[in-house]
Design a protein around this ligand. Structure first.
Ligand SMILES: [Zn+2]
Length: 95
C-alpha cells in the first residue's frame, strides 16, 4: 500500500504509523459522564468500505495525515494534512 503524502509525495506505508480512527471526537473537558469517556477511549466502529483514519509520516515529514481508505480494497481516495500547517500543505503553495 502506498500513501501519497501531500508534502513528500507517494511513499510506502511502512514509512507511516497508523494513528487510529480519524472520525473520533474527544469530549469537552467539562464532560463528566463516564459513558461518554468510555466511548471515546474504547469504542470504535469496524466499517467495511471507506473509512477516515489518521496516519503519521514518522519516516518522512512527520506530519499527521487524515486518510480516507477503503478497508476492503485498501484503495486510498483522499489524503490531507492535519495540524498547524495543514492549510498551506493542502493548498500546495509551500508557504
Ligand atoms: Zn510526508
Amino acid at each position: 500500500m502506498r500513501i501519497t503524502c501531500p508534502h513528500c509525495g507517494p511513499r510506502d506505508h511502512s514509512e507511516f504509523t497508523y494513528g487510529g480512527d480519524g472520525t473520533v471526537t474527544r469530549p469537552d473537558d467539562t464532560v463528566t459522564d463516564r459513558a461518554a469517556w468510555e466511548d471515546y477511549v474504547y469504542l470504535r466502529d469496524n466499517p467495511r468500505g471507506p473509512h477516515v483514519e489518521l496516519w503519521h509520516h514518522g519516516q518522512g515529514c512527520r506530519m499527521w495525515l487524515r486518510v480516507t481508505r477503503d478497508t476492503v480494497t485498501h484503495a486510498i481516495t483522499r489524503v490531507e494534512a492535519v495540524g498547524p500547517w495543514a492549510g498551506h500543505i493542502n493548498k500546495g503553495d509551500g508557504s
